[in-house]
Design a protein around this ligand. Structure first.
Ligand code: FPP
Length: 230
């Protein structure tokens, strides 16, 4: 089976902000700030090309162990990102969702998240998921407990729908920037058949040209899902 279609769902592990800043003798949070500019650029490009869903790994549960100023800087950037981008999401039909445990965010940030999710709830053109204080294993365990509490038998379908990405197709493409070759506890269940692209480009430098190359490569990739070529 040959995939000649655009990916419906792209997921990205945005790595390399810290190193990008360090190379410029700047504080790590400056790298995260430039990383947010890349989110603006790349999300626009992804949706402009007709991809329906973009899922970004913005903050893992393990990232909480970073120095306090870095963590609070990322939380602050997240709040600013929502305030700045909500009008654009509304204008462009982007439904916004945060996946992960947001109970660690302060009340103001939780309100911004809830408000953006509510205001964009009925929009259907695109989906932007931000994984924040997210871990793939924790999501799996939470889904298992949810099904068991509801007395629902776990099947591949019921299980998928109980995950944070419930109701969405699995990512067709997963991209990791920053040169590491690992999955780092991201969408563990959902990426069973994803095409995975690792690039050495640091996230602040990731651009449309590279994105287009990945999309083009995906479109000519033979996806067999364990079957033989037909
Ligand atoms: C990885 O770079 C990046 C992160 C851990 C955070 C990503 C966060 C943002 C882009 C800003 C937050 C914005 C929103 C919208 C939530 P790294 O720090 O691990 O880089 P390194 O591997 O070079 O140290």
């Amino acid at each position: 089976m040959k995939s000649d279609k655009l990916p419906r769902h792209i997921a990205i592990i945005m790595d390399g902000n810290g190193r990008w800043a360090k190379r410029r003798l700047m504080p790590r949070n400056y790298g995260h700030k430039r990383g947010v500019d890349t989110i603006d650029r790349i999300s626009r490009a992804v949706f402009d090309r007709g991809v329906e869903i973009l899922t970004l790994f913005a903050f893992s549960t393990e990232n909480l162990n970073r120095p306090k100023e870095e963590v609070s800087g990322i939380f602050e950037l997240f709040g600013k990102y929502i305030v700045k981008n909500l009008p654009d999401m509304l204008a462009r039909g982007i439904r916004f969702k945060v996946i992960g445990d947001v109970s660690i965010c302060d009340e103001e940030l939780r309100k911004l998240i809830a408000d953006a999710e509510k205001k964009t709830e009925a929009l259907a053109e695109h989906r932007l998921n931000i994984c924040f204080n997210y871990g793939g294993r924790a999501d799996i365990v939470r889904a298992a407990n949810k099904l068991s509490a509801e007395g629902v038998t776990a099947t591949e379908e019921t299980f998928a729908s109980a995950l944070g990405t419930g109701g969405l197709p699995d990512p067709d493409v997963v991209i990791r920037t920053g040169g590491e070759h690992r999955i780092s506890n991201f969408l563990l269940y959902q990426m069973a058949y994803s095409e995975i692209y690792f690039t050495g480009t640091l996230w602040p430098d990731f651009g449309e040209k590279e994105l287009d190359g990945i999309i083009a490569d995906f479109m000519k990739t033979h996806r067999r899902f364990g079957r033989i070529e037909q």
